[in-house]
Design a protein around this ligand. Structure first.
Ligand SMILES: Cc1cc2nc3c(=O)[nH]c(=O)nc-3n(C[C@H](O)[C@H](O)[C@H](O)COP(=O)(O)OP(=O)(O)OC[C@H]3O[C@@H](n4cnc5c(N)ncnc54)[C@H](O)[C@@H]3O)c2cc1C
Length: 289
């Protein structure tokens, strides 16, 4: 296990912002992962697991603990309609592989640039499909070692999953359905084109806010609240979709955080609705930003 010190996290997030982690490790296998967890426990370090950092805002001061990046744990095994993957497998890759094999289920999620582990934590979804619907079981490395939980022990909510144990998600088994390759592939392509048409290019973290219940979508509310093109430093609310914040090149986490606060405040003032962020915050955003 190669334990690195003082590693800038900006390069590990799609927003491309964020300061250093005191300790950083990318385990190549589960044995190395356990070594890293043991090291953190011996030294009393707080741990933060990351995948592709595609739903993550890392503070400019970084993280005082150990960041464990799961992406090298990326094995895939397919038996009929049962697809078993390690947590670091990226959804677009998995969707492509399964679609080519005539397995249906992931075509709606093909454009989500995260890992399976991150997708489970966030119950990632698009076009009417959430990853939680496909899960047979997941494995987490918990106090008792590898713990397996069937889907009925998990609670998949909107962009959030209640997990029965802390610790990293190691492996997931998905149940897909047999289908006709050409039909599934063309649906996947259509949805990818639709996504490219509606979402901004560039450095983003996808939707910043969750859609509030029984109300207009967050993007609509933000648009009406006039945030489109609003800029702080090097970050801007997208002119294409108001629920996206784009790093124009030299944004800091603090610029993005300020925009988030402004968007929240404006929607609250105008509509009395309190938006909740979908993006996960890492680091001390309660202190000075
Ligand atoms: C252009 C773009 C489009 C997007 N579109 C969508 C969309 O349509 N639908 C959608 O739902 N999301 C979307 N997202 C957001 C994001 O891609 C998803 O939430 C994705 O599932 C996050 O995965 P990740 O590996 O990047 O997780 P990260 O951002 O690295 O982490 C997210 C959370 O998961 C936890 N985590 C990650 N891996 C593990 C693990 N192995 N064990 C335990 N915890 C873990 C982290 O601690 C953190 O809390 C989009 C993002 C971008 C940039």
């Amino acid at each position: 296990m190669e334990l690195l010190r003082n590693i800038p996290l900006a390069r590990y997030t799609t927003w491309g912002v964020g300061g250093p982690a005191d300790f950083f490790v990318e385990p190549a296998n589960e044995r190395e992962l356990v070594e890293a967890l043991n090291f953190a426990e011996e030294h009393g370090l707080e741990i933060f697991f990351i995948g592709s950092g595609s739903n993550l805002l890392v503070h400019d001061d970084g993280f005082r603990g150990m960041v464990v990046r799961m992406n090298l744990l990326n094995g895939i095994s397919i038996d009929g309609t049962k697809v078993t993957v390690q947590a670091g497998v990226k959804l677009p890759r998995l969707a492509r592989i399964t679609v080519d094999m005539g397995l249906s289920g992931l075509e709606e999620l093909a454009g989500i640039p995260g890992t399976v582990g991150g997708a489970i934590v966030q119950n990632a979804g698009a076009y009417g499909r959430e990853i939680g619907e496909l899960v047979n079981w997941i494995e987490i490395y918990g106090d008792a070692g590898v713990e397996r939980y069937r889907s009925d022990a998990l609670k998949f909510l909107y962009r959030k999953t209640i997990l029965p144990s802390e610790g990293p998600i190691l492996r997931v088994q998905l149940e897909l359905k047999k289908g006709v390759v050409e039909r599934i592939r063309s649906r996947m392509r259509e949805l990818l084109i639709d996504r490219h048409r509606k979402q901004p290019r560039g450095r983003t973290a996808g939707s910043v806010f969750k859609n509030p219940k029984d109300a207009h979508p967050a993007g609509w509310l933000l648009d009406k609240a006039g945030v489109k093109r609003l800029k702080v430093g090097g970050a801007e609310y997208s002119r294409i979709h108001a629920n996206f914040i784009v790093n124009l090149g030299d944004a800091t986490a603090s610029d993005i955080f300020r925009l988030i606060q402004i968007g929240k405040r404006r929607v609250l003032e105008q509509f009395g609705i309190e938006l909740e962020t979908e993006v996960v915050m890492m680091g001390d955003f309660d202190g000075p930003v």
